[in-house]
Design a protein around this ligand. Structure first.
Ligand SMILES: N[C@@H](CCC(=O)N[C@@H](CS)C(=O)NCC(=O)O)C(=O)O
Length: 214
């Protein structure tokens, strides 16, 4: 919505204490949910980020999906791949020991390699976004996962992205863009750190040890 300059109201919720109004409108109790007006003026909740993004792309100009049908299908396929990608990065983010982090890095490498290959093969320009100069729906799909990984990587320093210059530059472009950084609650970084502590992750242990040593 920020990329399309749509005016909207956003309510951030605590996922550990989901409000009743939210549970009433979210079919599977997950975020995001977008309330929109249907053709007959009824307010209906849309859910699942991909479905929401596709809907917005159909109703609000400019189109972020490529005009070319094959390219569009390829983009949708890479958006689907976020499930595998986020799963792999989750193994690093939620690792409870240095050994688990190291194993997570090994699991993530082939996933990042696939993205690196896709950009090298399919983009045909210097970016900085997945398709080129303009942000697209694939960018919107990957940004949250890259954002969370990079918050932790500032501490973990896995070097995971170092071997993948295209993905690395892509992540940098996304995380220096206000449409991405402005999409989370102002207290996001602190709340994310607290989540890491609650889950007793290795990254939280490292942060605590460093803070204690300072
Ligand atoms: N495939 C869904 C996943 C939504 C999802 O997993 N949301 C998470 C946060 S990123 C959530 O609401 N979790 C709360 C819960 O499962 O209770 C999408 O992309 O919209």
């Amino acid at each position: 919505m920020r990329a399309k300059k749509v005016e909207f109201d956003v309510t951030f919720i605590n996922l550990r204490e989901k409000p009743d109004w939210f549970l009433k409108i979210s079919p599977h109790g997950k975020v995001p949910v977008l309330k929109v007006s249907s053709a007959d003026g009824e307010i209906v909740p849309l859910f699942e980020s991909s479905a929401i993004a596709e809907f917005l792309d159909e109703v609000v100009e400019p189109r972020l999906h490529p005009a070319d049908l094959v390219k569009r299908a390829q983009n949708r396929a890479w958006t689907d791949y976020t499930a595998t990608f986020s799963n792999a990065l989750g193994k690093i983010n939620y690792a409870k020991s240095a050994d688990e982090v190291a194993a997570g890095i090994e699991t993530a490498k082939p996933c990042v390699q696939r993205l690196e290959d896709a950009i090298a093969r399919e983009r045909g320009n210097d970016g900085p976004f997945f398709n080129g100069k303009e942000m697209c729906l694939v960018d919107a799909a990957y940004a949250p996962f890259l954002q969370r990984f990079l918050i932790n990587d500032a501490t973990l320093q896995t070097g995971l992205l170092d071997g993948f210059p295209l993905v690395s530059a892509w992540a940098k472009a996304l995380l220096s863009d206000e449409r991405v950084t402005g999409a989370v609650a102002p207290e996001f970084s602190a709340a994310y750190d607290e989540n890491m502590q609650r889950r007793e992750t290795h990254v939280a242990q490292l942060k605590q040890a460093r803070a204690a040593a300072e």
